[in-house]
Write a protein that binds this ligand. Sequence first.
Ligand code: RFL
Length: 390
Amino acid sequence: MPTERTQVVIIGAGPAGLVLGQLLQKCGIDNIILERRDPDYVLGRIRAGVLETPTVQALKEAGVGDKPEREGLHMNGFNLRWGEERCHIDFGMVGKHALVYGQTRVTRDLMQARQASGGITHYEAEDVQPHDFDSERPWVSYHKDGQEHRIECDFIAGCDGFHGVSRQSIPAERKQEFETAFPFGWLGILADVTPVSEEVSWINHPEGFLMCSLRSRTRSRYYLQVPKNEDIRQWSADRFWVEYERRLPRDLAANLQTGPALEMSITPLHSYVCTPMRFGRLFLVGDAAHIVPPTGAKGLNLAIGDAQELAHTLHAHYSGGHPDAIEQYSDRALGRIWKAVRFSWWMTTLMHKLSDQPFERQIQLAELEYTRGSKAAQTAIAENFCGLDH
Ligand code: RFL
C-alpha cells in the first residue's frame, strides 16, 4: 500500500481546510489535504458571502486577505425591517465594517495560494478514514484510482463539514451534542440583477422572513422563508419572484429586477454544536463541529476562526514551550463559537415567523421597536454581526 508521512492530515478542502493548510504552510508545518470531491465541484458550491473583520485578518495571515479588502463591497450597516418600519444598524457605532465577498471567491483565492505554495492536496480521495487518533501515531486511509493509500501523521484535522467522516468516527459516548432545528428553511436565489439596495435588509414579514442581500453591484442574493420540508422542484424562478415581491416593503419592491436564476436552493435552519472539539490527536474544525442558521452570517466566519485557532495551537505545540496548547484548543474555540451560536439563534427567532401564535409576533414587534429606540441594543447587534474579537 503506498504510504506517505506528514505532520498534519487535513480532511476536507472547504474554507476551514484550505485556511488551515495555508496557515500551516506559512509556519513550516507539513500538511496534506484530502478532499473527496474534484476542484471544480468544490469551487461551484454557492454559500456564504459576508466576511467579518477578524475573518479578513485571518485571511491576511493566510496570505489571501488583500483581494477581499480590494474587491469586496464594504458593508457599513444593514436594515432590520418590519411592515413599513425600519431600524438601521450602523457598524460605525463599533468602529468596524464587514465585507461582502462570496465564499466561492474565498475558496478560489485559497486554492490558488495553495498551488503557489506547493501544498499537497489529493482531490477525489474516496473512503477517507481517520485511525488510531487516541495513540501517538495516528494515520489516515483513503482510496484513489482504485488503490488504497495510507498517510502517517502527528495530527488529524477534521475539516470535512457537517456530514463528514471525522465527527462520525468518534464514539457516541465520547461526544456531547447540542442542537435545535427550526421548522423552516431559506429558499435562496442568486441572479444577475441589480440589487434592490446596496444595503442588506433582514425583513420580518407576518407570512415569513425575507432577506435582500447581494454578491456585487450586479449580482443579487435573495432569500425567502419556506417550510422545512419544502420541495425545491415546486419552485421556479418566476414563482420565487412573485412571492418575493409580494412580501417586500414598497420602497424595495419598486427597485426589484427579476431574471433567470443562476442558482436556487433550500438551506435548512439548524443550530448544532459537538463538544469537545478534540479527541486525542483528532481535531474538529468548522462545520464538522458546529452549524448555525445563516441568519447571523456566521458559518463561514466560524469555520475560518477555528482554522486560525488550530493553526496557532499547532504552531505553539511544534515550537515548544506550550505543552498545554493542544489541550486548550477545544475550550478556546468553544468560547467564541457559543457566542456566535447564540447570536445566530437570536436573530433567527427575532426575524422569522416562528408559529401561528399572535403572542410570539407581538414579542418580536416589541423587540424590534425597542431596538429602534435603543443605541445599546443596536450596538450589541453591530458588534456581534461584525465579529467579536477572538
Ligand atoms: P465545508 O464548506 O462543508 O467543507 C467541507 C469539505 O470537506 C469535504 N468532505 C470530505 N473530504 C474528504 N472525505 C470526506 N469524508 C469528506 N466529507 C466532506 C467536502 O467535500 C467539503 O469540500 O465546511 P467548512 O470548511 O467547515 O466551511 C463551512 C462553511 O462552508 C459553512 O459554514 C457556510 O457555507 C454556511 N453557510 C453560510 N454561512 C454564512 O456565513 N452565510 C451564509 O449565507 C451561508 N449560506 C451556508 C449557506 C451553508 C450551506 N450549506 C452547507 C447547505 C448556504 C448553504 C446552502
